[in-house]
Structures are given as structure tokens and as C-alpha cells.
Design a protein around this ligand. Structure first.
Ligand code: ATP
Ligand code: MG
Length: 583
């Protein structure tokens, strides 16, 4: 490709609406252009990167025994009703109607469709196991599309679905996919960590995410991990053991009483007013889960993990209640600091729904504690479960882990880092096959629902994550395997015949050997060409300048920024060898 013909417009400045590196770089270097919120044009350079990632994914999925197909992007409501997800999938599901008023949605994922394909075609145990996958655009009407390709509304995903006759079969395929994923991300030049995770809207019990670890804002997930063993988990799933020594969970009030606690709206204010540690306070937080009121009780020094809480009530959408809702719940209209004094005692229903109370495990051991009693400027102190306040029926883990708490596997302190989720694997079991009556006839003659798994990779997110992991102030440093082109050849002066001849010969030789090369034939100042080369992120740069009179070109490796003056044949050989190694 000649640079003069390459369809790319690099910008002088980073876009003003971009917050993270990959978004800034991909726009400025001419890879993507926003069409509308969370929806991007993939320009030719981007499309080359995406196709390379797709091909790596395809090769490894095929090698792992999966078969590719392609399902429609628009899906009918009926199948989503069969699985029960039409009602529960939140507002990310883009719903629409056709001219006959038939309801449809844009596919955010394809469990329903693939399950319907399987039930039509896989009737006998003899046909199983099967793993089917596709690479396709998905649409999710994300609340906050941001970070460019990292969190788009329309994005490209590889999604695979496995069908087995037994749980053992599923577990074997799950391992098979985990291995394929590890290979895929390695080939893309990405270091990933496989971490335990919550299963979210997709469902099922066991799931893992593949995270690109980053210390930037682009990492939307907190990952807790242990350096002494292999434990690692997304914060929405992580568990820990708490220190016991030196932690006081028993207050020294002799009996339960109500005390004045004026203006103590926060845990800190209450602690300092009563001169007690937060570990003596049962904190009450109010949430709305799928329109229903939920109170969460947790030890005062700990935070609630909202996904865990949502799962505890089998909800699909959670938000913290507003001040107004809390007042109404307590029946104290106009008391705008109600949330500082709320507690479970006496709260029965709200908006026609019974109020569910969930306690975190941390509150179980507490004695003679402090708790809100739904009276302004007052708290109950010296309260105990059973006698003064009922211990909720559901006591479970709804706590957000903090770094320094102890590893559930080996007891050493946990660390935290941030990660970008590029892939996710799930053991679904019969979550879709059962309600959709997707069954096969087993060896014993009985009909049984398939045991399913599903496995996603964000193709476009992986590209952006690669930029997050490989860049410097001047631009992108693509890993060779997914770079749009492998090398750029820059003649310093296009007017110099010798330079042009060497550059063109090199270009032809490289192309002949299967290298994807760009020749910068533009009549531009060398500085401009170098800047563009760095910004776009060609892994190798060969500059043909004055040194050619001594038979030398400048060879630069973008990842390390190392340069050397070598013969053109040597430069060509390094690039050809590196490219051939990719295969
Ligand atoms: P997230 O938690 O980041 O919203 P998810 O867990 O809902 O993602 P999955 O349903 O697991 O996403 O989808 C499989 C993969 O698709 C994810 O691992 C991710 O790489 C990619 N993906 C999901 N949502 C987006 C998005 N909005 N933009 C780009 N890629 C996405
Ligand atoms: Mg996921």
C-alpha cells in the first residue's frame, strides 16, 4: 500500500470527548470515527486490525473443535419470552417493532437463537457434544457508552455455545475453551488473567473472565488476587476472610436503649459522636431492585457489593434508593436526612411491595450494637439480634472485598488491580435448554435438556485493550500479529532517485515474501512522516535516507524504540522472519 493512497486522516489533536488512551489514539490515528453515541465506523486501518483478531480467534476456535456459523442480528421477541429474558433483560436490550407491530430486539447475545437451532438439529446423544460459534456485531443500549471501542453500544463479539450430554462433558469443554482463550490472547500480544466472576444477565453458576490488567481508568473492573496462590476474582464475585484480632464487634452498653444522636448522617459522624469504632454499627442501606425495596445490613466499616446483593434477591437491576424514597419508606415525609437513621425495625412494605431485608455475614457476630431505628436524630444502642431486632432470614455474603483482607484459599493478604474484561466463559447448565424445552434423547432413551456453556470474546474491545497495553506518548505500538500493516518504509526525500529506488525495491521484496508493507511516498517533510508512522503504530519502520550512500538504512522497532543502521537486505530479513513466525 502506498501511503499517498491509504485511506487515513490523522488528526493533530486528541478528540476532546475521549477519556482513555485507546479512544484518544484510535480516533487521532485515523482508525475509527464516531457515528453516534457508542457507535463507530471502523475505517480501513481498524478493519484490518479487527480482521486479524477475528482470524486468530477463528483459527483457535476451529483448532479447539468448534464450528462457525452466523445467526441473524435481529431477533424475535417470542424466543426471548421462551427463555424468560424478555421481561428481565434490562434496558440494554434494544427493542423495536416491525411494520406488522411484531416485537423484535437487536441481539446483545444469542443464547435464545442458538438454543432454538440446537433443538431443531441435535436430537440424539450421538450428535453431541457440539460447540458452535459466530463472529458478529452485537448491540447493547449501554447506559454509559464511553471509552470508544472499550464500551460501545454496537460492538463486535465472538460468541460460542456448547451443547453436552453431561456436566462432566461441559466442564471438559469449559477447560478446552479456557485453553483456547489463553492462546488467543497470547497470540494477540496480550497478557491476560483468568479470574472468577459473577455470571450476570447471561446466567449459570460458574464463570470466568479474561482480564487485561491495567492501572488506568480504562480498567472498569477491580480484580482481587493473591500472590501466594492462584486465587483471583472480579470484585463482583471476590470473597475474603476478615481480620479478627483487634476488631471489636461487641459494644459495652449493658442494655438496649434509644439515645440522641443529633445530625449524625454518616457512619463517621455517628462514630465520632458516640466515640465508638464503626465495627459496632449495623449500617442499613436502601436499594431498589427491579422496583422492589431491599434493605441491606452490613457492619459499619464495610461496603455493600451491589451485584452480590442483587444476586441474593435474584434481581436483574439494582440502584440505590433516592432520599425521597427512603423518607416515604420510613413514613417521615419532609425529613430529608432520613437515610442517616433508617433501620430494619418496623419497615414492612413500600409501594405495594414487601420490604426484603438482607444481612451480610459480618453482622451475625455483632453484639450490643448500634442501629438506626427510623427516628430522626436517634439510634438504638446495645441492641442484639433476636431480642431487640430480628436477624433477617437471609444472611449471606454481600460485602465488597478490600485489599489487605485475607485470601479465601490460602489466607495471605489479597491485592487489587484493575482489569479490562476481554473475554468471558460461562457454565450455563440447563438455564436456557430447560425453559426452551431444548432436549435430546440420551443413551438410556430418556429425553434430557442439553447441558450448555457459552463463551464470548469482545473482538473490538480486544483491539482497544491492545492499545491500552501498547502505546507511548507518540502513538500506538501494535503487537505484530494484529497490526494493520507490519512495516512502513520511509524514503526521507521522495525526490532523491537512489532513495526512492531502494525504498521501492524493499517494498516489492517485502510484499513478495508476504509482508504487509506501506511505502510512504508522500512528498512531506520527514518529521511529518515519522510522526504519522509512530502515531499509527507500525511495528517496524525502515527509513531510507542519506545513509544509503554507504549502503545503510535506519531500522526501528516501535515496541522498544530501538534503532540501528543496517543493510536493506538485513532489515528485510528481520521483518520477513518475524512475520513468518506469526503463522
Ligand atoms: P461488561 O461487564 O464489560 O459490560 P459483559 O460481561 O456484559 O461486559 P459479556 O456478556 O460477557 O459482557 O460479553 C462478552 C464479551 O463482549 C465481553 O467479555 C467483552 O469483551 C465484550 N463486550 C461486552 N460489552 C461490550 C461493549 N459494550 N463494548 C465492547 N465490548 C463489549
Ligand atoms: Mg462478561
Amino acid at each position: 500500500m502506498k501511503m499517498s493512497k491509504l485511506f487515513v486522516q490523522t488528526l493533530r489533536e486528541f478528540p476532546s470527548d475521549a477519556e482513555v488512551v485507546s479512544h484518544k489514539m484510535l480516533v487521532r490515528a485515523g482508525y475509527i470515527r464516531k457515528l453516534t453515541s457508542g457507535v463507530y465506523n471502523y475505517l480501513p486501518l481498524m478493519w484490518r486490525v479487527l480482521k486479524k483478531i477475528e482470524n486468530i480467534v477463528r483459527e483457535e476456535m476451529d483448532a479447539a473443535g468448534a464450528q462457525e456459523l452466523l445467526m441473524p442480528f435481529v431477533q424475535p421477541k417470542e424466543l426471548w419470552e421462551e427463555s424468560g429474558r424478555w421481561e428481565v433483560y434490562g434496558r440494554e436490550l434494544m427493542r423495536l417493532k416491525d411494520r406488522h407491530d411484531r416485537e423484535m430486539c437487536l441481539g446483545p447475545t444469542h443464547e435464545e437463537i442458538i438454543t432454538s437451532i440446537a433443538r431443531d438439529g441435535l436430537k440424539s446423544y450421538k450428535q453431541l457434544p457440539v460447540n458452535l460459534y459466530q463472529i458478529q456485531s452485537k448491540f447493547r443500549d449501554e447506559v454509559r457508552p464511553r471509552f470508544g471501542l472499550l464500551r460501545g453500544r454496537e460492538f463486535i463479539m465472538k460468541d460460542a455455545y456448547s451443547f453436552d450430554t453431561t456436566q462432566e462433558g461441559l466442564e471438559k469443554e469449559y477447560q478446552n475453551m479456557a485453553q483456547a482463550y489463553t492462546k488467543i490472547f497470547k497470540r494477540c500480544g496480550l497478557n491476560t488473567k483468568m479470574v472468577q466472576s459473577d455470571s450476570g444477565a447471561i446466567g449459570g453458576s460458574v464463570s470466568h473472565e479474561f482480564m487485561v490488567i491495567t492501572d488506568t481508568d480504562a480498567g472498569e473492573n477491580d480484580v482481587f488476587y493473591c500472590e501466594s496462590c492462584d486465587y483471583s476474582a472480579n470484585s463482583n464475585h471476590a470473597v475474603s476472610n476478615l481480620p479478627i484480632e483487634g476488631v471489636n464487634v461487641t459494644g459495652d452498653w449493658n442494655s438496649a436503649k434509644v439515645v440522641d444522636t443529633p445530625n449524625t448522617l454518616s457512619i463517621e459522624e455517628l462514630c465520632s459522636f458516640l466515640n465508638i469504632p464503626a465495627t459496632l454499627i449495623v449500617k442499613t442501606l436502601v436499594y431498589i431492585v427491579d422496583k422492589k425495596p431491599v434493605l441491606a445490613l452490613i457492619r459499619g466499616d464495610k461496603q455493600v457489593e451491589e451485584t452480590k446483593l442483587m444476586n441474593a434477591v435474584e434481581g436483574s437491576d439494582i440502584r440505590i434508593a433516592t432520599a425521597g424514597e427512603i423518607e416515604e419508606m420510613m413514613g417521615v415525609n419532609g425529613f430529608d436526612a432520613a437515610k442517616g437513621f433508617i433501620g430494619p425495625n418496623g419497615l414492612k412494605e413500600y409501594n405495594g411491595y414487601p420490604i426484603t431485608v438482607i444481612a451480610d455475614n459480618t453482622v451475625k457476630e455483632m453484639k450490643n450494637f448500634v442501629i438506626g431505628i427510623n427516628q430522626k436524630d436517634k439510634h438504638g444502642v446495645g441492641y442484639n439480634w433476636g431480642t431487640d431486632v430480628e436477624l433477617p432470614q437471609i444472611v449471606t455474603d454481600i460485602r465488597l472485598v478490600e485489599a489487605g483482607e485475607f485470601c479465601p484459599q490460602c489466607g495471605k493478604p489479597l491485592k487489587v488491580t484493575r482489569g479490562i474484561e476481554v473475554g468471558n466463559i460461562f457454565q450455563l447448565g440447563t438455564k436456557y435448554s430447560k425453559p426452551m424445552n431444548a432436549v435430546f434423547t440420551d443413551i438410556d432413551g430418556k429425553t434430557k435438556p442439553y447441558i450448555m456453556g457459552c463463551y464470548g470474546i469482545g473482538i473490538s474491545r480486544t483491539a482497544a485493550a491492545a492499545v491500552e497495553a501498547h502505546y507511548d506518548d507518540h502513538g500506538i505500538k501494535w503487537p505484530l500479529a494484529i497490526a494493520p500493516y507490519h512495516v512502513i518504509i520511509i524514503p526521507v526525500s521522495t525526490k532523491d532517485e537512489e532513495q526512492m529506488k531502494v525504498a521501492e525495491d524493499l517494498y516489492k521484496t517485502l510484499i513478495k515474501h508476504g509482508v504487509e508493507a506501506v511505502l510512504d511516498d508522500r512528498d512531506e517533510r520527514p518529521g511529518v512522516k515519522f510522526k504519522d508512522a509512530d502515531l499509527i503504530g507500525f511495528p517496524y519502520r525502515i527509513t531510507v535516507g542519506k545513509g544509503i550512500s554507504e549502503g545503510l538504512v535506519e531500522f526501528k522497532v516501535r515496541e522498544t524504540e530501538e534503532t540501528s543502521n543496517i543493510k536493506p537486505e538485513e532489515a528485510a530479513e528481520i521483518v520477513v522472519t518475524a512475520v513468518h513466525k506469526l503463522k
